[in-house]
Design a protein. Structure first.
Length: 436
């Protein structure tokens, strides 16, 4: 077996594991997993192993193994490996254990998701690279390179060809005034005072040396400041105090990725066993996924019929009731409990599920306004109707129609286990970029 074959085999195992994960979410026994560890049944347990080349006749470190024995595997002892009756005890290799973080990664790859958690509460400030600039600071942080560039730009803007201007002053009939007017037309940064002083230094007999400007240009080489610097180098760069800048480290805020997830479930008389199971199949993987994505995850479980009350996770999926349905009672309780988790510090997800049956006008008059009033990264409602239809099941449709096109409200429909992964994708892919 070559290296390429081994890599292909490992890739095949990874793909099979994701298929096992998807099947597990849809049909598996979720209760075998805990809140912090997920146990995925796997079909392939014979992971690839490297073997010695059969043409290799020995070498350093060959030991007592025979050619072709798998590396790192204990050799069978007499009586072992013979065909016989299967053992009665199950092997640990029948399940692959992963933590929620690994589960989230696998689910991302399977569904093509990659939710990027948003940091909320600042837990630490630390110094980053020296990218901030201020006008004061210790000498050791002086940005000399920047100051030099500013001085050099000033030199380029203020300097001029002094020798050529002295020759211009020697044009018959010109003098400082006319030379100044010419210099302004040429955008030369020379002052009248400089021209007066330079003219005074010229002997009288030389003040009529040239008959015209054209004669000066024909006989005197004129050079730009850039050419002068290239030829003579920088003799003086005019630095000023206002050029001084000091480098300071950028302050980087470390933000903790906190999330609070509110799970709401209808436990009224119409929520039979199959509907409850579908709620569990959607909500449990969502809990694992968000636990794996965030640094700190808190969960609130609310059950409701016509009234709402908070329950523990162990009760949430199995609780039964026989009352009527008023979904707004759950959102009222959720709003109250979320006061302990300010949206400025916590990411919030509010997930509700039921068979879409609700008391008259409650969805329009109370639930939708409450969903709009409760700030959250994402609101989601999952309709669980194994039959696919129900006369009074209009809640999901009303919510979907009202929030059509919204990037923070998702509605999913689940009629059987085969719809579960699509529902999870619909929910997790709906969250937009903005959380404020």
């Amino acid at each position: 077996m070559g290296l390429k074959d081994d890599l292909d085999r490992f890739r095949e195992v990874g793909e099979q594991r994701r298929e096992d994960l998807k099947e597990f979410i849809q049909y598996g026994e979720l209760g075998r997993s805990g809140a912090d560890q997920v146990k995925i049944p796997i079909k392939i347990v014979d992971l690839p192993s490297f073997e010695y080349d059969r043409r290799d006749q020995g070498g350093v470190g060959q030991g007592d193994a025979d050619v072709g024995d798998p590396v790192g595997q204990p050799q069978p002892q007499p009586g072992e490996g013979d065909e016989g009756d299967p053992g009665e005890e199950g092997g640990e290799h029948e399940y692959y254990e992963m933590d929620p973080e690994e589960f989230a990664q696998e689910l991302d790859e399977e569904l093509g998701l990659d939710l990027e958690p948003k940091g909320k509460r600042v837990i630490e400030e630390k110094e980053g690279p020296f990218t901030d600039i201020t006008r004061s600071g210790p000498d050791s942080t002086l940005d000399f390179e920047r100051m030099f560039k500013e001085g050099l730009k000033r030199k380029l803007s203020m300097d001029f060809d002094e020798e050529f201007l002295r020759e211009v002053l020697k044009i018959d009939g010109w003098g400082p005034r006319k030379a100044f007017e010419w210099a302004r037309g040429e955008s030369l940064p020379v002052s009248m005072a400089w021209l007066d002083d330079a003219y005074e230094e010229i002997p009288r007999e030389e003040r009529t040396k040239w008959a015209s400007l054209e004669e000066v240009e024909e006989n005197v080489e004129r050079q730009t400041v850039t050419e002068k610097i290239r030829r003579e180098g920088i003799k003086h760069v005019p630095f000023r105090r206002e050029d001084e800048r000091y480098r300071h480290p950028e302050i980087i805020e470390e933000r903790e990725k906190n999330v609070v997830v509110v799970n709401i479930r209808d436990v009224s008389g119409s929520m039979r066993e199959k509907k409850r199971e579908l709620v569990e199949r959607v909500f449990t993987p969502l809990d694992w996924y968000l636990t794996g994505k965030y640094d700190n995850a808190e969960f609130i479980y609310i059950a409701h019929d016509a009234d709402a009350w908070e329950v523990e996770r162990e009760e949430f999926f199995g609780i039964r009731s026989g009352g009527g349905t008023k979904i707004s009672s759950a959102y009222e309780l959720a709003a109250l409990l979320l006061e302990a988790y300010p949206f400025s510090e916590w990411n919030r997800y509010v997930f509700a599920a039921g068979d879409s049956e609700n008391s008259s006008n409650d969805t329009e008059e109370r639930v939708i306004p409450l969903m709009e009033e409760i700030p959250a990264n994402l609101h989601a409602y999952v309709e669980t109707q194994p039959t696919g239809t129900a006369i009074n099941a209009t809640h999901a449709e009303e919510v979907e129609n009202h929030f059509a096109g919204s990037d923070d409200v998702a509605v999913a429909y689940v009629t059987g286990p085969e719809d579960v992964t699509d529902a999870i994708y619909t929910i997790l892919s709906t969250e937009g970029d903005s959380d404020e």
